[in-house]
Design a protein around this ligand. Structure first.
Ligand SMILES: Cc1cc2nc3c(=O)[nH]c(=O)nc-3n(C[C@H](O)[C@H](O)[C@H](O)COP(=O)(O)O)c2cc1C
Length: 183
């Protein structure tokens, strides 16, 4: 069987984004087990119903990447105990026009990191509610919250976090495979 195609949405869009780093660790850990396709959600315009029926080409491209994906991975920062607007904007684009929601049935995983003690729990908790409404099938366990250390020794994740990321990747692979089989 070919690798599942996983569309990755990374909500950290600054140059030195910690969540982009976490996504790089995920990629390294997953190796060739998924075909990971990151769409740069910061290139999407703000969603507006004025343009939803005739959107710019970047939106059309985004929608075709959603359609082509078997699963979705969301890597979220935490902004004010929620997830960033840039992520919500991308999710909204994929859900519209009314009746043409492209997300239903797709298995999804969420990971995230922040320097704060709860390592994006607040963001992920709110994100789950939105993904549930959009009818994505979000893996509930394990959850991956990660307090990003001030310095990474040798540019590597600390051992226990690296082991936990391996476990997360294993479980996500199983979760995606189960949904693809059931399709
Ligand atoms: C507008 C804003 C709100 C933030 N709110 C939170 C928060 O609620 N909890 C938290 O742990 N960190 C918060 N932070 C700090 C972010 O976790 C930190 O900037 C992180 O590096 C952002 O992720 P990124 O590096 O992937 O962009 C906030 C940062 C910004 C800019």
């Amino acid at each position: 069987m070919s690798q599942p195609k996983v569309l990755a949405l990374v909500g950290g869009i600054c140059t030195d984004s910690l969540n982009l780093k976490l996504f790089e660790f995920f990629k390294e850990t997953a190796g060739a087990r998924f075909s990971l396709d990151r769409f740069k959600i910061e290139t999407l315009p703000f969603f507006s119903q004025d343009i939803e029926n005739d959107p710019p080409s970047v939106v059309t491209e985004f929608k075709s990447r959603i359609k082509a994906s078997d699963a979705v991975l969301i890597v979220t920062p935490e902004y004010n105990r929620s997830f960033p607007g840039v992520l919500k904007n991308a999710l909204d684009w994929g859900s519209r026009p009314y009746g043409q929601n492209l997300w239903p049935g797709k298995p999804a995983g969420i990971i995230g990191t922040s320097p704060g003690a709860i390592g994006t729990f607040g963001a992920q908790n709110q994100l789950r509610q939105v993904l549930s409404f959009l009818d994505l099938r979000t893996m509930s366990s394990p959850e991956f919250y990660f307090t990003f250390p001030k310095e990474l020794s040798g540019g590597k994740l600390p051992g226990p976090s690296s082991d936990f990321l391996k476990l997360y990747v294993d479980k996500f692979e199983e979760w995606v495979a189960w949904h693809l089989k059931a399709r």
